[in-house]
Unconditional design. Structure first.
Lengths: 101, 189
């Protein structure tokens, strides 16, 4: 079978599912942020694959925007994590429940 | 000296006689790269030590960069390596070093959200199966194009002509993120 767009979509979907399971089941905040990076990578792979299918660069430009967003999100998320760790000495999401009632 | 000159001239001769360089062994590289990406992605969410997760995530990012190269997107592949593997992962490793690991390694690693995880995996997996079964007609095979040598130029033109406003918004977003990260990580909030 010749390589087609579908092959890349399957890889991207697998990465997306793995990232979703990581976000939902892990307790360490750092690993949850890494799983979010996995999800963003899956979306990027989809965009670049479709950009190749339709023979343009618009998908690649959008994937660059998503990489920018990922960098901003990682910086702010890890800053929040450091501020939180300084107050409560934990990186466990089950103990971060101040807004729960 | 002469040998090198002969080698270079023969290389030039082959390059000019055969300008269309067809890609070789694309299937092999695709399966190796995607298998590496998925295996190390599974390692990311199953390792107990967060440093091991970060290293596995670096392997995933580099494999995805290889997939971008196979999709003829060299600029995105370079940005992926420089920004993700070089920038974001260094940030992650620094934060892992800052927060103490010994306590969190001994704790239970998985939360009690197994049901939500299994449900999400089943829904997304079902979607994947549907797309995979119908996909042959939805997404026809890619015509065999050759790599364009002005990919970066085209992306630059697109960024500065069609996507000027999103580009500026992205720069503003990065500014806000820098200020936010500095404010968050200060001693007293």
């Amino acid at each position: 079978m010749e390589l087609s767009t579908l092959h890349y979509l399957v890889v991207a979907a697998a990465l997306f599912i793995i990232g979703t399971i990581g976000v939902l089941t892990r307790r360490n905040v750092v690993v949850i942020l890494m799983s979010i990076e996995l999800i963003l990578n899956a979306v990027n792979l989809n965009l670049v694959a479709f950009s190749r299918l339709y023979n343009g660069v618009h998908g690649q430009i959008f994937s660059i925007f998503i990489i920018t967003d990922a960098a901003a999100e990682a910086a702010v998320g890890l800053g929040i994590l450091i501020a939180f760790f300084r107050n409560k000495e934990t990186v466990n999401v089950d103990e971060i429940d101040l807004l729960k009632f | 000296m002469t040998l090198a000159a002969i080698t270079i001239s023969s290389l030039l001769a082959t390059a000019t006689s055969d300008p269309v360089m067809a890609p070789v062994a694309t299937k092999f590289f695709f399966y190796v790269l995607s298998g590496l990406a998925i295996a190390s992605a599974i390692a990311v969410i199953t390792r107990r030590n967060a440093v091991h997760s970060a290293l596995a995530l670096i392997v995933t990012l580099l494999s995805v960069a290889g997939l971008y190269l196979m999709l003829y997107a060299p600029f995105v592949a370079g940005v992926q390596i420089v920004v993700y593997a070089g920038g974001i992962m260094v940030l992650f490793l620094f934060v892992i070093m800052l927060v103490n690991l010994e306590r969190s390694i001994k704790e239970e690693q998985y939360s009690k959200q197994w049901l939500a995880g299994v449900l999400a995996a089943l829904c997304l997996g079902g979607l994947l199966a549907i797309v995979f079964r119908k996909g042959e007609s939805l997404f026809p095979g890619v015509p065999r194009l050759l790599a364009e040598d002005n990919n970066t130029q085209q992306i630059g033109i697109g960024l500065y002509q069609n996507y000027v406003l999103p580009f500026e918004i992205a720069s503003l977003l990065l500014l806000v993120a820098i200020v936010g990260a500095v404010v968050m990580a200060k001693k007293r909030i």
